[in-house]
Unconditional design. Structure first.
Length: 332
């Protein structure tokens, strides 16, 4: 197996202590200070939990992790002559919101640059960023106006920095129609619809879907007073996921976008809940069920497994690493 395919958090496997002997080995929960509390713990369902009276939460900064700009992002910002990366304005906006103290919410979010040809061509003066918060194993609760998925729309002329993000279908419709988009040709109208569909699927994404544009379903239909473009993105049928998102973009006789709407028809498949914490359960049936669920989710469970790995015992870290290696080896 190519080492480059293994996640960075697997590179330290040789430093992890060997798995405790015995099928029923129970993981210890580790305090933030790194000290195990097994000797003063209670046992429930085979997992050792810390004594709550001894637990002392450590101070931490709840802030977005820094991430380098991709080459596509750099090229786009240089072409539009942004005086500073839009990420700076977005982070300033987030600092104005009342995030709860002592809870890791913002630090678990991911800020991603959205890059696609339909977006670039339909919105030549805009750049788009997605701030996504994990919804599994439990949804987070960011302060309003944030939601699980947040699309920040940035232009070089924005004087006040980032504005409130798009978080739902009505806001996306208002943005699309208010942007003054025009499609002079059938191809341009289809591109506008594709751009709207891309943003719609990001608002529907829970981190476990994989979408694919259905080129055969992308059509332009003439109407008595204008035209409409219709299309959909389909969910790849993996891990029990299925469904699609269908969208319609209406244009007047001059080619101006006058309406945009979409409908979600999505069925959730397997999702991360507590499976990784059961990989060392003393009950072999529980262990087998946990392994099976994680294997079904495959690479889509990477973020969940990485997050869980950061807060469990060395024994459970080793079990998570082992099943992730299986996912890679088996191409799941």
């Amino acid at each position: 197996m190519n080492n480059k395919e293994i996640m960075p958090w697997l590179t330290a496997l040789t430093l992890i202590p060997a798995l405790a002997s015995g099928v029923g080995a129970m993981p210890e929960t580790i305090e933030p200070s790194g000290t195990a509390t097994a000797e003063s713990a209670t046992v429930e369902s085979g997992v050792v939990y810390p004594d709550k009276t001894n637990y002392k939460p450590q101070a931490f900064k709840d802030e977005l992790a820094e991430s380098p700009l991709s080459q596509a992002e750099k090229t786009r910002l240089e072409a539009l002559k942004f005086p500073q990366p839009p990420r700076v304005g977005i982070k300033k906006f987030l600092k104005t919101l009342p995030f709860p103290q002592g809870r890791p919410i913002l630090s678990r979010g991911r800020l991603l640059y959205l890059d696609s040809q339909p977006l670039r061509e339909s919105f030549p003066n805009h750049v788009f960023y997605l701030l996504r918060f994990p919804q599994w194993p439990l949804p987070l609760d960011p302060p309003p106006p944030l939601a699980a998925n947040n699309i920040f729309v940035m232009t070089v002329n924005q004087k006040k920095g980032a504005s409130a993000p798009l978080t739902n279908s009505e806001q996306l419709k208002q943005f699309m129609v208010g942007a003054g988009l025009r499609g002079q040709s059938d191809l341009e109208k289809k591109k506008i619809l594709e751009a709207g569909l891309l943003l719609a699927q990001e608002l529907a994404q829970d981190g476990m879907y994989q979408f694919q544009t259905d080129k055969q379903a992308l059509k332009l239909i003439k109407e008595s007073k204008g035209s409409k473009a219709v299309g959909l993105v389909s969910v790849l049928p993996q891990g029990g996921n299925s469904g699609n998102i269908a969208a319609t973009a209406r244009f007047n006789e001059e080619g101006k976008l006058i309406d945009f709407s979409y409908q979600q028809n999505l069925q959730e498949g397997m999702r991360p809940i507590c499976q990784s914490t059961k990989l060392l359960d003393p009950d072999p049936i529980v262990r087998k069920m946990a392994e099976k669920d994680i294997l079904i989710m495959g690479r889509r469970a990477e973020e969940y497994l990485k997050w869980q790995r950061e807060q469990v015992s060395p024994e459970l870290k080793q079990a998570i690493d082992k099943i992730w290696r299986r996912i890679l080896d088996e191409g799941r």
